[in-house]
Design a binder for this molecule. Sequence first.
Ligand code: PRX
Length: 645
Amino acid sequence: MSKMYEPNKGIFQNPVFKDMDDYKSLVKKFDDDYADTWGELARDNITWQKPFTDVLDESKAPFNKWFKDGKMNVAYECVDKHAKERGDSIAILFEADDGTNIKISYKQLAINVNKTANLFMGEYDIKKGDRVVLYMPMILEAIYSMLACAKIGAIHSIVFGGFSSQALRDRIIDAKARLVVTADGAYRKGKPYMLKPAVDEAMKSGCETVQNVCVVRRNFETIQTEPKDSFYDEHIQKQSEKLETVWHDSEDPLFLLYTSGSTGQPKGVQHNMAGYILWAKLTMGWVFDNRPEDTFWCTADIGWITGHTYIVYGPLANGTTTVVFEGVPTYPDAGRCWKMVEQHGINQFYTAPTAIRMLHKTGQDEPKKYDTSSLRVLGTVGEPIDPPAWKWYYEVVGQSRCSIVDTWWQTETGGHMVSPIASCTPIKPGCATLALPGISAQIIETDGEPTPIGEKGYLCITKPWPSQIRTIWGDDKRFVKAYFGDCKIHGKPVYFSGDGAMIDESGYITITGRTDDVINVSGHRIGTAEIEASIKYSGHVAASAVVGKPHEIKGEGIFAFIVLKDEGSISKDDLKLELNKILKADIGAIALLDDIIIVPDLPKTRSGKIMRRILRSIVKGEAITQDTSTLEDANIVGIIENLCK
Ligand code: PRX
């Protein structure tokens, strides 16, 4: 059994959880009175213009309703409330790629959000329920736009800036967006990069619902101006600083965020207002021991759920200072993050294992050059963290003083689910430890039987929780099938995460990775079916099967087995170049293939289903233990194995 590390109690003053007894007593309170405990937390943590009448309505499960009939406003929670109470405190600390800083107080944030909301309503006629797609860099206006939507009740859908114009178009069309907010571009590694050309390309066909494109000028590079375009800076000055809060229903949608699943079509994960913001706020205090006087830095991009919950909504709901960083952790050198920790006195630092591995590899002694003593908590998310990276994070970055919180969660869960609580949970490397109070995580077999200790099972959440995905936008049936179709307990469907996990004798949970056809590249989810659908555009390819292959920095890289239409018609290198060109245009740079192999055929069952598990074992160099007797041609396994050697 690996070593346990106790939290360094001396660095936590008055934490919510002083010790494991506090944790256990809240878990017990939930066990005794599930709905009442959630109700109490919601009453204590959210300002209700009208109180809710019912904590949890499961009558149409899994379409559950939380805090029914309550009226509140997420932007009020995140901005106006703090602007009133402690308006001069810093809400956002923006650091540009070139190191320039801008500090925005809660009072200023309230003004900027109001002006942006007035712009959206006045100039672009955006109303409650309208969808607004944001295709933005990491700049202040992106955060103002998110919060402006929340204030009005418009539903934002952020598309990560690394996605291609085609991927952007698909998401605009699916969401039937009325407004797109973008920027000319921004800066990365000292150079300008562009976003607006991708919007122009996307808008060429099929995006008829979009009436306006609002462009923020960030790098002032030359861009084309289209008839629907107008510039944020030309309109924002004249907007009023005031906007009365309109109160929304707890269950009004807050945002959509598209994520990959096991089919070719990304899913628009829908989160609603009250439940989401409650959990975003609570996990900030519980997991990170974050408090209003702290400075919190999450290095994610706002295009992913981590950026939504732990750059914007969670930190601001908790009234803390959140760092928004335009640049990359390795520019101008691998000491950038630690320099920022010293300069801004950062207390909690939250990043992905892929970044930790990269910073470890390229600058293992860099943290020692800076004073990082302000740090109390280090977080990781997105993929399992390997022991060497964990050790370096703990010993060198955290100087064996900070807690590491290995937080397991997903786009669909809205916030942390299985994670240490920094102030009380003893941790062990690579282990997400225990479910948070209120979260009923269980590792089971598909029939609901608990998986024996030490064996891999399916990680399910057996009771609803407030920040749970409400549906897949426009596709209730897919929502039910994707999340409630695989696992049942006593005949009742339960939420299945798509992840495998193991539990040990002390109840600690270790995540073992996806059990479906989803690859995790640098902590980003990408469906193999999406990649295979794009590969079909190549005239050379007859069939393909894509699997994840362990990668030193990225965690997993993308590996494709390709069957050619005409054997010998193209070399492996030329085909890889061609496929990557297609993938870059169709999905974006995150979908690029690391390697391909041309094979005469794929291992298929007699009914034509590709047995990807066999291919996964081959790329990992593992012995084939799967039953190959159902294959159409069992010889193909040996042939592919030889080609991969
Ligand atoms: O496989 C799990 C992995 O990331 C998936 C969720 O991806 P996404 O929705 O993009 O959200 C990422 C950030 C929350 C999960 O199904 N994952 C997430 N956190 C961990 C993890 N795998 C291992 N350990 C984690 N801490």
